[in-house]
Write a protein that binds this ligand. Structure first.
Ligand code: AGP
Length: 601
């Protein structure tokens, strides 16, 4: 999963390419490159290992003034991060430049079959694509025909968003996509191609979405679209009503802290959007389709999967529908017996997670009903399903997902309540919860002190809890792992003594989550067992279950409100991870080896 960007217009291309790449860094940031055709006719290629700012620094030693170009920020799949493996890649004869987001699964076979005489300059799968275009063009095909011939040689499991420039027509951008996201932005001064609209909001809010198998030829004044059969067609741009400022960091040191701080506001947005006359309001078509189901299947990855674990409890308890939650990458190729009348719920921040898209293809082939809860609407997982509901969290830029997690839980709660009907007190409960969330966020300084004391100087830690708290330990561990590189496990407290307790040494941090009254005492006993083996324990507990020694005391949640415990617990576990990463002087928003949207399987 990489970020690709192209510009052809009347202004200097480089500033748009570099600022666009910076906005796409959440998609991969181990190396980057840019190609510009200069006003005086030179084809300039600059690539660098590392962040976009390292590439920007390198471009300063070149004259790259030109009106068209393409650029790329990488998350390595084939070939280590290096200048040679960075994109754009160039055909052997120097005629074609290409950037790619995705994976060419059969690149080795294609290399052996068609390119045995070609000397490769990189270890990437992508270079095979541009070398094939170069070969077919040299054999007499037009660029469009050579481009399509190359695409038709890629096998079904391959994924791609390609951006190709023919140096004979440098102001034309050839682009195509399958499974990877791609948009064409249109404006009076230029046309652009981008992996994500937010990268080009400083130029336009009008975008044309390419569907799988389509090709576009983009000039500074025109966009020509061709379907899979090569037939020309037109498509109207859609207007993206989004405030560019929302995708800015403002005065915050990192996007993650800004996004943690926005969670109470997001909760209020969801209440405003989904309640009418004090009752949860969801489209009847969705409710009727869910009510006809004999079982719900929640499909997601990472943090979204963890949100599904919490949502399951509300669908079962409130709507009374048996619900399973599955890791998308497993379900895609190894799913359990599916019931007679299943209903599939996909949960995704980006709407572009390849593992979930793979399950969606299976669901569509079987004509099962499906719904996506996504933060990025106009994404693949919102387009190809029967129904889609927005999470309204606003742009989430930091790789570690935070506000999308609580938005995913709250949206599921509202959906479960709407399916069940009634729930006249839910709006009031969620409004009170939003106040409580803000109170926890405002207490962040205390959490920083605890992170510095317990976590910054440790190489391991454990989160334990029971019931819904056990589900939250998985998300707590993921947050701390992904941005602080600490070896952390989260799991059901009762499981500790069945093996993992052997990992407890003197000073090992063990963090207990306690919001469920029925199991609070048991979790405390399990914490005691770890103290007996030298652990340094911390508790995150709701006020009604707290005692004088607890480190983090959350607002009171009693009765039915107890089910909302995971939403309040989400904030301290996110802040503990944030301050641990900060304490280790790490790049909180761009953790190593990761990307925000995982568009390869
Ligand atoms: C979470 O912090 C990670 N960024 C990752 O686990 C993420 O949740 C996962 O890749 C799913 O992404 P999605 O919600 O965009 O589908």
């Amino acid at each position: 999963m990489c970020g690709i960007i192209g510009y052809t217009g009347i202004n200097e291309a480089l500033p748009f390419l570099l600022s666009g790449l910076e906005k796409l860094e959440y998609r991969g940031y181990d190396s980057a490159g840019v190609y510009v055709h200069t006003d005086d006719g030179r084809d300039m290629l600059v690539k660098e290992k590392g962040r976009v700012k390292d590439l920007e620094e390198k471009t300063k030693s070149y004259d790259l003034s030109g009106k068209s170009g393409i650029a790329h920020t990488r998350w390595a799949t084939h070939g280590e991060p290096s200048v040679a493996n960075a994109h754009p890649h160039v055909s052997d004869d120097g005629r074609y430049y290409l950037v790619h987001n995705g994976v060419i699964e059969n690149y080795k076979e294609l290399k052996q079959t068609y390119l045995s005489g070609v000397v490769f300059k990189s270890q990437t799968d992508t270079e095979v694509a541009v070398q094939l275009v170069g070969k077919f063009a040299a054999e007499g095909l037009s660029t469009l025909a050579a481009f399509r011939k190359m695409i038709n040689l890629l096998n079904d499991n391959s994924s791609y968003a390609f951006l190709l420039v023919d140096t004979k027509t440098p102001d034309l951008l050839y682009t195509a996509k399958s499974k990877s996201p791609l948009l064409v932005g249109v404006s009076k001064s230029a046309n652009v191609v981008t992996s994500d609209a937010t990268a080009m909001l400083n130029l336009t809010k009008d975008f044309i979405e390419l569907q799988d198998g389509e090709i576009a030829i983009v000039s500074k004044t025109d966009v020509k679209l061709y379907n899979e059969q090569g037939e020309y067609f037109t498509r109207q741009p859609f207007h993206l009503n989004i405030d560019p400022q929302a995708a800015e960091k403002g005065a915050y040191p990192f996007f993650m802290l800004k996004e943690i701080d926005e969670q109470a506001i997001v909760a209020r947005h969801l209440i405003q959007h989904y309640f009418v006359d004090g009752l949860p309001h969801i489209d009847d078509a969705i409710l009727n389709s869910i009510k006809q189901a004999d079982r719900l299947y929640i499909i997601a990855a990472g943090t979204s999967y963890h949100a599904g674990l919490i949502g399951r409890r509300f669908f079962e308890k409130w709507a009374g529908i048996p619900t399973e939650v599955h890791i998308a990458s497993e379900f895609a190729y190894d799913h359990p017996l599916i019931s007679q009348k299943p209903f599939f719920i996909f949960i995704s921040q980006s709407g572009e997670t390849a593992d979930s898209i793979q399950v969606l293809e299976l669901v569509k082939r079987a004509h099962y009903a499906s719904l996506t809860l996504a933060n990025v609407m106009n994404s693949t997982l919102t387009r190809d399903v029967d129904f889609a509901l927005p999470l309204l969290a606003g742009p989430e830029i930091a790789v570690a997902s935070t506000k999308a997690y609580t938005a995913q839980i709250i949206t599921q709660i509202i959906l479960a309540a709407a399916v069940a009907g009634g729930h006249t007190e839910l709006q009031g409960q969620l409004s009170r919860l939003a106040v409580d969330m803000q109170a926890v966020i405002d207490g962040k300084d205390h959490i920083k002190v605890l992170a510095d004391d317990y976590l910054v100087n440790t190489d391991r830690a454990f989160y334990i809890g029971r019931g819904a708290d056990a589900d939250v330990t998985l998300e707590a561990a993921l947050k701390l792992k992904e941005i602080s590189y600490t070896l952390v496990e989260g799991f059901a407290a009762g499981e500790l003594k069945h093996g993992t307790i052997s990992l407890i040494e003197h000073g090992t941090p063990v963090i207990g989550l306690i919001s469920q009254s029925k199991m609070a005492g048991l979790t405390r006993s399990n914490l005691e067992e770890t103290i007996a083996r030298g652990a340094k324990t911390m508790t995150i507990v709701t006020k009604n279950l707290a005692n004088a020694t607890d480190e983090i005391v959350l607002p009171e949640l009693t009765g039915e409100m107890e089910m909302f415990g995971p939403i309040l617990e989400a904030i301290p576990i996110q802040l503990l991870a944030y301050y641990t990463s900060l304490g280790r002087k790490l790049d909180v928003d761009h953790p190593r080896n990761l990307a925000k949207s995982v568009t390869v399987q």
